[in-house]
Design a protein around this ligand. Sequence first.
Ligand code: NAG
Length: 177
Amino acid sequence: MNNVLSRANTIFAFTLSVMAALTFGCFLTTAFDSNIAPVYMETEKHLVKNTYTPHGEKADRGHITFDLTSDLDPLFTWNTKQLFLYLMVEYETEHNKLNQVVLWDKIIKRGSKANLDLKKMSLKYPFYDDGNGLKGHDNITMTLNWNVVPGAGMLPRVGGQGKHVFGFPDEYSRKRV
Ligand SMILES: *[C@@H]1O[C@H](CO)[C@@H](O)[C@H](O)[C@H]1NC(C)=O
């Protein structure tokens, strides 16, 4: 009698711990999967110049500053080593159905500040069009995207929730920037 009871007790305890482990595993997987976060962006000082690219071709170059607010702390789970963020614009021109240009990027390592509140930032990489596609363009879409670099496992690529649409003036600027 005693034997049967203690056996049942052992099995019960074992089942409980297996279930707890399974639940925890599920929680981790979900936490790991949803690497999304809201992003707020704003741009200012939109200027477009007709200039030469480093390859010596005449092309439009856009100048902007940007603000960026996003709390990426929740993305740092047990398995997050670092985040690779990149700010990208997408727009359509006569030449190309889809132009994509990366204007800025940043690596956030585990343990450093991931609650971003950046103001009046300059572009890290120049915003060249491959022609005259920027002057007067009024529908350029900016998004923040990121790769979550894990300690172990895959490398998910995620787009932030939220986008910012801006445009450039109809006239080339002669201002020095
Ligand atoms: C703006 O451009 C995007 C593609 O970059 C396109 O899907 C969208 O329809 C455009 N919106 C307008 C109002 O032209």
